[in-house]
Write a protein of this length. Structure first.
Length: 264
């Protein structure tokens, strides 16, 4: 009888331990779900559980906010948030690739160029995808990746540099505009297949925009003129990024010193 009672007690204890383990696992799953929800809400980032390669998704939406804070009702991408994220992505060797999703109306020129320059200088494989629109400073951001895609229905607006607020009507102002414009043109033509002459022609075209110079082009036209590499969707962009990852070795591999010579 005592033996049976002991066996029953052991069984009950085992059931309690098992229930505690299950409760702990359920709690862990709930905590992970909440952490994911908080991550999505704060940064728009998601960590997949069963991906072929670990990649980071960076979204550039609304207006690119620069040195001035935009009104609270505006959807913005803050460059002071994007820049440290790019640095962290580049340093983290577990992140094998970066996909940039763009749906932006443009924004601050210098902030946009700063982000574009950082993306263009990364060793991490990068792919951009324009959905909806990649207008104004969104054009350099779209071409900054190693491979660019645009959705069939997406559009891009190419126009001259504009400035808000007080503008002095002096030759120095026009010289500043021209230098700023050249910075954009040089970056775009260096990171895509479009020619300097074609890009300037689209930028200065009249008769298409109601209150501005410039051109609106769709996905097919963007690929035709060499501004964007390919028409495609999310699957095409991820497939291309995976291929780039598999063709590229590990970024920043560990090195050892042998006889004073650094070797990988």
């Amino acid at each position: 009888m005592i033996n049976n009672y002991n066996a029953y007690q052991l069984k009950e204890n085992g059931n309690e331990d098992g229930n505690q383990d299950n409760d702990q696992n359920e709690k862990t799953d709930i905590e992970e779900t909440l952490d994911q929800a908080n991550l999505i809400e704060k940064t728009g980032e998601v960590v997949p559980n069963n991906a072929k390669h670990l990649i980071h998704c960076l979204t550039i939406i609304g207006q690119v906010e620069g040195h001035y804070v935009l009104p609270s009702q505006n959807k913005t991408t803050k460059y002071e948030h994007i820049i440290p994220s790019l640095v962290a992505i580049e340093q983290d060797r577990s992140i094998r690739g970066l996909i940039i999703i763009l749906n932006t109306v443009g924004g601050d020129v210098e902030a946009g160029l700063a982000i574009a320059e950082l993306i263009a200088g990364m060793k991490t494989p990068t792919v951009s995808l324009v959905v909806g629109g990649g207008h104004s400073i969104g054009v350099p951001l779209a071409v900054s990746a190693k491979k660019s895609f645009i959705a069939q229905s997406a559009t891009m607006t190419i126009h001259p540099v504009r400035m808000n607020g007080l503008v002095l009507g002096v030759p120095q102002t026009m010289s500043y505009f021209e230098k700023m414009q050249n910075r954009i043109i040089n970056f775009v033509t260096s990171n895509s297949r479009i020619t300097d002459e074609e890009f300037r022609r689209l930028m200065m075209q009249t008769g298409e925009l109601t209150m501005d110079l410039g051109t609106v082009i769709d996905g097919e036209k963007a690929v035709e003129i060499g501004l964007i590499d390919s028409i495609g969707g999310l699957g095409d962009a991820i497939e291309c990024l995976y291929q780039m990852i598999e063709e590229t070795g590990e970024k920043y591999p560990d090195t050892v010193q042998e006889n004073g010579v650094e070797q990988s």
